[in-house]
Each structure stands twice: as structure tokens, then as C-alpha cells.
Design a protein around this ligand. Sequence first.
Ligand code: GEK
Length: 245
Amino acid sequence: MNKKTSQDNIFASPLSEIVNFVFDENVVDVFPDMINRSVPGYSTIINLLGIIAQHHAKPDTHLYDLGCSLGAASLSMRHRLTQEGCKIISVDNAQAMIERLDKILLRDNSKTPVQTVCSDIQDVEINNASVVVMNFTLQFIPLSERKKILTKIYNGLNKGGCLILSEKLAFPDAVENEKQIDLHHAFKKSNGYSDLEIAQKRNALENVLIPETRETHMQRLKETGFTQVSSWFQCFNFASFIAIK
Ligand code: GEK
């Protein structure tokens, strides 16, 4: 069977115990289907990320994709880059993701080299970067470590370089928060997920994916030193920011 088209039914049957969500081999097999049916606007973000990266990339610099999964953002950047001497560095701490990405890259012969790294993003060095992407990854990092990672990214970016940060959002107003969650669940239902799947996945992610508000993200990016911080995309409770050094 073509792995890319496998359907996500990980949470379709009743589970006696809901354990914390992990990015293992089972998730890798269904990942493209899972993320497209779960994250409203995902394919639009991936496409536009490539355009933003192309706009900011400088020759002879590095472009990072932190928490790359199967490399959708890396490939979107790679397919648009025309600058000479760039290298894309794609990092994920799930070995199963990196192994599958290595196979995907064998079938892609665009010219910009891609280096895959199996590592916690907290342990990778960032240097000579013109673009750093964290597309729905920071939300999985413990709250206490987020500022440290952003500071490392800031220090590793060249002046004028950009961070593209996409995140699931929480909203300070409880009514708005519930409304956005309801709309997100309606989106998932319209994509074929049952109420049981939605509820079980929500429980599995509860202690793993910790969303923060737009205000928290923008404030922390400014405190980190980024000069221009803007929100360029939102679809229900999913948003993306650009921060320029
Ligand atoms: C995409 N960016 O398709 N270090 C490295 N990787 C991590 C860490 C960590 N500490 N924590 C989580 N991950 C992708 C989608 S998915 C988002 C990103 C989602 C990795 C984890 O293994 C997974 O592959 C990815 O971050 C999050 O554009 O599934 O909601």
C-alpha cells in the first residue's frame, strides 16, 4: 500500500486507556492524512511558508525546519529556493519520522541539499540562518523551555533573518476559546473523524500539546529581541507568525 495515502484511524476504536500521544511508527504511516484532516489551513500554510522562505532566504545560508516530521515545510522551501549555496537542515526527535523523511528525500531531486538530523530541537545548534521554521512544534516543548529555544534561534539568525512560527492557539476569553475549539472539532468532523476519535485524540494530546495565546507568543518574540513580529495567518485556533531579526 502507498504509505502516503494511509488513513488515520488511530483513535477510531474505543481505547481502554488513553496514553500520551507519541510520534511513533503508527503515526508516521498516517501522518500526512492526520495533519491535513486535523489542522485547518495546513496545506495553505505549507505552500505559503515556501513563498515566505524564498523571499527571506539569502545565498550561502542555512534554512532550518525544526520539528520537521515528514518534511512538508522543508520540501516547500526546497521547491521554491533559487538562491545559491543554501542548505536546509531538517530536525525531528522522532526516529521514525526522520527515517521516513530520508526515503521521501531520495525521490526528490531539487538542487538545494537537505540534511536530516534526529535530535531534540533543544540540542541542535543554529547558525548562519536566514530562515527558521517551527511549524506546529513549539507547542510540544515544555513551557519552561520555550523562551530558551527562541533565544537560541534568534542568536543563530543573521540580521534580517526570519522565524516562521505556527502554533495551535488558546484564547484569553473563555467563550471565544470554546467557540474556536468547537469550530475546530466541526472541521475535523467534516473531514470524517467521529466524536470518539476527536475526544480520544484530545485526551491523548492534553498533557503533550500546550497551546498559548497570540498575545503570549507575540510578547515573547518581542522580548527575545525580534524587531518585527506579525501574525500572517489564522484559521480557527491555528495561527502562524513571522518574526524578523
Ligand atoms: C509539518 N512541522 O508537517 N525536538 C524535535 N522534534 C520534536 C520535539 C522536540 N523536542 N517535540 C516534538 N517534535 C511539521 C509538523 S508535527 C505537528 C510538525 C503535529 C516533533 C514531533 O516528533 C513531530 O514530528 C513534530 O515535532 C510535530 O509542517 O503533529 O501537530
